[in-house]
Design a protein around this ligand. Structure first.
Ligand code: AMP
Length: 836
C-alpha cells in the first residue's frame, strides 16, 4: 500500500467525546420527545455530568408514548460528524436514582428531516444498554454513522420509567458529503464461490440505484488487498468492497453522483480501489468528473488517467486532482480497465477541509484503540489559519459570554431557592403553635433527610378536604406574581406560562372523533396508552338514560345512568359491580362545560390512567364518550357511594340504634384490607395515587371497596422528580411531611395517606383528621416532622383500634423516614393476618 494514502477519517482514532460531558454541546442542542418534569429535562441527559440542579438524567414521560418505543433524547451536533461510539448511563443522582435504559436504539439524521434507524452489520437495531444506574456503557457503532442529529431511544416496557445520560464519540466529518448515488454492486462467482459486492450498510433508498444515503464508501474502512477477505469478522467474501462488472455497463463506465452539504472548492478526490488483476479486477482506467453548483451540470468536466499501474496487486488509493472546482454536487464516470472495478472508500478534499488523519499503513490493527479524548480530530489548511483563528476567538468569546450568563442565572436561581427555603422554614419555626393534648407525641429518633426545596403546582379540587398552604407559599418570591390568579381561581402556572403546550391527549381525542360512529357501539382504540390493554370503547351517548345525580366532584357532576347494550361490549373477565343485572347501571362522570384546558387535560389523564387499571379493588372504567363535548367517562356504579359518606351513615345509624353491631371492628378491618389490596396493585405498577382518602374510595354491594379518583395520580418516579411552580391546593391532612414541604410524592407518601385513611375508617369519619388544628397548624406540624425534635404530633388512637394495630401499623405509616414506612404488600399482609 502506498504510504501517501490518507483517508478522510480513521475510525480507530476518531473516538473523541463530542461534548455532552464536556459541555461543548449546548443545552439548547439537547432536546427530547418528552420529559417527566423540568428537573429531568433533556439537558440533564449528559453522561458523567451531574450539576445538582436537576434530578440527574433525562427521563421521558412514559404516559406520552403511543407505542412504547418512540421516546427519544436528541443531540444536535450542529455539523456533520463521523460517530464511532456511543455511551449511556442511568440516573444515579447520588444514590437517589433507580432508572436506566437496559436497551435502546439509535436514530440519526443529517438534515434533521429524514431519519435513519441505525442497525449493526447483522441488521440488529437494539443496543444493550445499562445494568445499573452509575456505570457508563460504551457501544462501538459498527458501522459508524455520519450525522448531525442523533436520537437515543430507550426500548422499554411502557409502564416503566427509564432515564438516560449519554455521550457521543467521533470527530467532525469534514468531507461534507451528505449522500452518494451509485448503482448497487454486483455478485461475482469466483471458482464456485459467491462474492457479494453490494453496499450492505447503505443508509439511503435502495432501488435500481442507491440514492440519498451513505454507506460502505464512506465508512472509514478500506478493503484488504485480497477482496475475498475483510477486516470485519464473520462477513461474506467481498464484504469491504462495492463492485461492478463491465457486462452491465455498455458505455464502459460506472456513473456516481456525490452531493455535499454546501458549495465547496474541491482540490482532490481519493478512491480506494482493488487491483487484483489476476482475478479480472483493476483500478479504473479513467475518471471524468462534472460539477454542479446550481441546477445544471457544467459542461467542462475534469478528466484524469491514473499513472501506469504498478506491477503489485495491492489495493490502493488513487488520488484525482479536481482543479479547485466549485460545486455542490460532483458526477464522476469511472471507466473500466478490466472486467471488474471494486471500490471500498471515496473521500474528497475541499477548500480548507483538508484532512490530516495520521493512519497506520494497514488497517488490520483493529485492537489498537485510541484512548478517548486524545488528539484533535482534524487540522486545517494553513492558508486559512488566520481567518479561522479569528473566527474561533470570536466564537470562544461568544461562548464564554453565554456560559457566564448561564452560570450567573444558575447561581441566582439557587440563591433564590435557598432564600425561599429559609423563608419557609423560618415561617414554620415562628408560627408553630402549642399542640392540643389530644395528640400522641411521637418521640422518634429517625434519621434526618435531605430537605431540598420545592413548591407545588397541583390544582386540587376546592373542597373542604383540600387546603391551600397559601399564606406560606405565596410568600415565596416565585409566587408573588401569582397572588391575583390564586384569588381568582385561575391557574398560576397558566398565568406564568401563557403558551402552555397542548396536551398530548388532545390529538388522540381528535382521532377518536374522526373514527367513532355515533349510531353504533364501536370499539375504538383510544391509543392513550402504550400497551395492548388500553383499548377503550366509545359508547353512544344516546344509549345512556339519566337516572339521578350521584354527586359532584372536581370535574363536574356524576350521574347514575342506565346503559343499554353495555354488557355486550364488556370483556367477560371484567368483574363489574352489578355486571349481570338488567338494566345495566353505570356512573357517568362528566367534564363540566366551562372546564378550562387544564381541567380537560386532567380529565383525559384520569381516563388514560383508569383505562390501564384492572383490579377488584380499583373502580373500573367501562367506556368513554369523547366524540363530542361534554367529555364523559363511564365507570361501574358503586351503589353505596363514597366511603366517607358510607361510614358517616353507619355511625349515625349506630348512634341511633344502640347495640347495633353493624360497625364491628372486623367489618372495618375488612374495608382497610380491600384498600390495602388495591394500593398493593397500584404500587406494583409504580403508580402513586397522591390523594388516597375515604372520600376517594367507593362502596359497592356487600361492602366491596374500590379506590377511585385518579386525577392526581402520577407514576412513582414522576412523584420523585416533581419540581413545581404555581398554585397549591392540597389535601394537607392526608399528606406526608415530605409531600407538603418538598413536593415529594412517592409510594411511601401514599402509605402515609393510607394510615390517615385507616384512621378515618376506624373513627367512622367522625371528624376530620387533626380537627383541632387549623390548616396553618397542620403545616406547622409538618415542619416539626422535618425538624425532628420530638415536637411533631400524630393522630391519636381511634377508640375501636387495638393498640397493636395503632402502634405497629398506623404509626409506622407516619414514620418520618420514608424508607422505614411499610410497603403496601406488608400492610396488606399484616391486616389480613390480624383478620384471621
Ligand atoms: P368524583 O368526581 O369522582 O369525586 O365523584 C363525586 C361523587 O360522585 C363521589 O363522592 C361519589 O359520591 C359519587 N360517585 C362518583 N363515582 C361514583 C360511582 N362510580 N358510583 C357511585 N357514586 C359515584
Amino acid at each position: 500500500m502506498a504510504v501517501t494514502i490518507r483517508a478522510q477519517v480513521n475510525p480507530e482514532i476518531c473516538r473523541y467525546p463530542l461534548g455532552m460531558t464536556g459541555g461543548q454541546i449546548q443545552d439548547e442542542d439537547i432536546t427530547a420527545s418528552s420529559q417527566w418534569s423540568e428537573s429531568t429535562a433533556a439537558r440533564f441527559g449528559r453522561l458523567d455530568f451531574d450539576t445538582g440542579d436537576g434530578d440527574g438524567a433525562w427521563c421521558p414521560d412514559i404516559m406520552s408514548e403511543p407505542d412504547g418505543f418512540t421516546e427519544y433524547l436528541q443531540v444536535d451536533l450542529r455539523s456533520l460528524h463521523f460517530i464511532t461510539l456511543v455511551g449511556t448511563q442511568g440516573r444515579h443522582a447520588d444514590g437517589m436514582g433507580n432508572e436506566f435504559a437496559q436497551r435502546y436504539r439509535i436514530k440519526y439524521s443529517r438534515d434533521g428531516s429524514s431519519w435513519v434507524g441505525w442497525h449493526d452489520r447483522t441488521g440488529k437495531q437494539v443496543i444493550e444498554g445499562n445494568r445499573n444506574t452509575y456505570d457508563a456503557v460504551l457501544k462501538d457503532l459498527e458501522p459508524p454513522i455520519i450525522a448531525r442529529f442523533v436520537r437515543f431511544m430507550p426500548v422499554t416496557d411502557p409502564s416503566m420509567i427509564v432515564c438516560m445520560r449519554v455521550e457521543l464519540y467521533g470527530c467532525e466529518w469534514l468531507d461534507g458529503l451528505v449522500s452518494y448515488n451509485i448503482p448497487d454492486g454486483h455478485q461475482m462467482i469466483y471458482r464456485g464461490l459467491e462474492i457479494f459486492f453490494n453496499d450492505s450498510v447503505y443508509d439511503g433508498a435502495t432501488a435500481q440505484r442507491l440514492t440519498k444515503g451513505l454507506g460502505q464508501l464512506t465508512d472509514g474502512t478500506w478493503g484488504l488487498d485480497d477482496f475475498l477477505h475483510s477486516h470485519v469478522p464473520g462477513v461474506w467474501p467481498g464484504y469491504d468492497y462495492v463492485g461492478w462488472s463491465n457486462k452491465t455497463f455498455p458505455k464502459g463506465y460506472v456513473e456516481m453522483i456525490f452531493d455535499f452539504d454546501h458549495i465547496r472548492n474541491f482540490t482532490s478526490m481519493k478512491v480506494h480501489c482493488s487491483n487484483m488483476f489476476s482475478r479480472g479486477v483493476r483500478q479504473f482506467r479513467q475518471a471524468t468528473c462534472y460539477f454542479r453548483s446550481e441546477s445544471e451540470w457544467e459542461s467542462d468536466p475534469v478528466s484524469f488517467r491514473p499513472a501506469a499501474e504498478p506491477p503489485s496487486q495491492s489495493a490502493r488509493f488513487v488520488t484525482m486532482p479536481l482543479g479547485d472546482r466549485t460545486a455542490r454536487s460532483i458526477k464522476c464516470r469511472f471507466h473500466f480497465s478490466d472486467q471488474w472495478m471494486l471500490f471500498s472508500e471515496v473521500a474528497f478534499q475541499s477548500g480548507s477541509a483538508v484532512y490530516n488523519t495520521s493512519l497506520g499503513p494497514n488497517k488490520d490493527g483493529r485492537s489498537k484503540k485510541t484512548l478517548l479524548g486524545d488528539d484533535p480530530t482534524h487540522k486545517v489548511d494553513d492558508s486559512n489559519t488566520r481567518i479561522l483563528i479569528g473566527c474561533l476567538v470570536a466564537i470562544i468569546a461568544i461562548l464564554s459570554a453565554i456560559i457566564v450568563t448561564i452560570l450567573w442565572r444558575q447561581v441566582w436561581q439557587k440563591m433564590l431557592e435557598k432564600a425561599s427555603r429559609r423563608w419557609l422554614d423560618d415561617e414554620l419555626t415562628a408560627r408553630l403553635a402549642v399542640q392540643t393534648q389530644a395528640f400522641y407525641f411521637l418521640n422518634s429518633s429517625l434519621s434526618s433527610e435531605d430537605g431540598s426545596t420545592s413548591t407545588y403546582e397541583r390544582i386540587y379540587p376546592p373542597r373542604a378536604d383540600y387546603q391551600e398552604p397559601s399564606r406560606l407559599i405565596r410568600k415565596l418570591p416565585e409566587f408573588a406574581e401569582c397572588t391575583e390568579h390564586i384569588e381568582s381561581g385561575a391557574s398560576c402556572r397558566a398565568a406564568i406560562s401563557s403558551d402552555v403546550a397542548p396536551h398530548y391527549a388532545e390529538a388522540d381525542i381528535i382521532s377518536l372523533q374522526e373514527s367513532s360512529d355515533n349510531s353504533s357501539i364501536t370499539a375504538v382504540s383510544i391509543n392513550l396508552f402504550a400497551g395492548s390493554d388500553s383499548t377503550l370503547r366509545e359508547f353512544p351517548r344516546e344509549k345512556l338514560t339519566f337516572k339521578e345525580k350521584l354527586g359532584e366532584g372536581q370535574f363536574g357532576e356524576v350521574h347514575l345512568c342506565e346503559a343499554v347494550g353495555m354488557q355486550d361490549i364488556l370483556d367477560d373477565d371484567l368483574s363489574v359491580e352489578g355486571g349481570g343485572e338488567s338494566p345495566f347501571l353505570v356512573a357517568v362522570k362528566m367534564l363540566r362545560e366551562d372546564a378550562n384546558k387544564n381541567a380537560r387535560n386532567d380529565f383525559l389523564k384520569e381516563i388514560r390512567i383508569m383505562s390501564r387499571l384492572r383490579d377488584p379493588n380499583i373502580v373500573s372504567l367501562l367506556a368513554v364518550c369523547v366524540d363530542t363535548d361534554p367529555l364523559c367517562m363511564i365507570t361501574e356504579y358503586m351503589e353505596n357511594g363514597d366511603l366517607n359518606q358510607f361510614l358517616c351513615s353507619l355511625r349515625q345509624k349506630a348512634d341511633r340504634e344502640e347495640g347495633n353491631d353493624e360497625v364491628s371492628y372486623m367489618k372495618l378491618l375488612g374495608m382497610a384490607v380491600q384498600i390495602a389490596s388495591g394500593m398493593k396493585y397500584l404500587s406494583s405498577l409504580n403508580f402513586v395515587h397522591r390523594d388516597l382518602a375515604t372520600r376517594n374510595c367507593l362502596v359497592g354491594k356487600n361492602d366491596t371497596i374500590k379506590i377511585a379518583d385518579f386525577g392526581m395520580s402520577r407514576n412513582l418516579y414522576r412523584g420523585d422528580y416533581f419540581r413545581i411552580q404555581g398554585r397549591a391546593v392540597l389535601p394537607i391532612r392526608w399528606m406526608s411531611w415530605e409531600s407538603i414541604l418538598l413536593g415529594k410524592f412517592t409510594m411511601a407518601s401514599d402509605v402515609w395517606a393510607f394510615g390517615v385513611t385507616l384512621w378515618e375508617i376506624l373513627t367512622l369519619c367522625e371528624e376530620q383528621p387533626y380537627s383541632q388544628l387549623s390548616d396553618e397548624q397542620v403545616i406547622e406540624n409538618t415542619g416539626e416532622f422535618f425538624r425532628n425534635q420530638g415536637k411533631q404530633v400524630c393522630l391519636p388512637k381511634p377508640q375501636r383500634c387495638p393498640e397493636r394495630i395503632y402502634n405497629d401499623l398506623m404509626l409506622s405509616c407516619w414514620r418520618r423516614n420514608a424508607n422505614e414506612r411499610p410497603s403496601f404488600q406488608e400492610i396488606h399482609t399484616q391486616l389480613t393476618e390480624s383478620m384471621a
